[in-house]
Design a protein around this ligand. Structure first.
Ligand SMILES: [Zn+2]
Length: 72
């Protein structure tokens, strides 16, 4: 299944996941079956994401795209 960016509907490459109570956010690679819920983002929007004031953003994306991808 194709996942689209929530901002511009381009193909998503990562997912933004929030922990509201801890004021933390994680940017992770889009996988076939992501744990929990998140907001899919395209490469451009993921690069420009700015966390709210007082929040910590953890960029956990892989620096290079994997050579092999999961078959959806
Ligand atoms: Zn986008």
């Amino acid at each position: 299944m194709k996942v689209s960016c929530v901002r511009c509907s381009a193909p998503a490459s990562s997912v933004l996941v929030y922990a509201y109570a801890a004021r933390e956010a994680w940017l992770v690679d889009l996988v076939a079956d992501p744990p929990g819920t998140g907001y899919p983002l395209c490469e451009g929007h993921a690069r420009r994401i700015v966390p709210p004031v007082g929040w910590v953003l953890h960029d956990r994306r892989r620096p290079e795209p994997p050579l092999f991808r999961d078959v959806a």
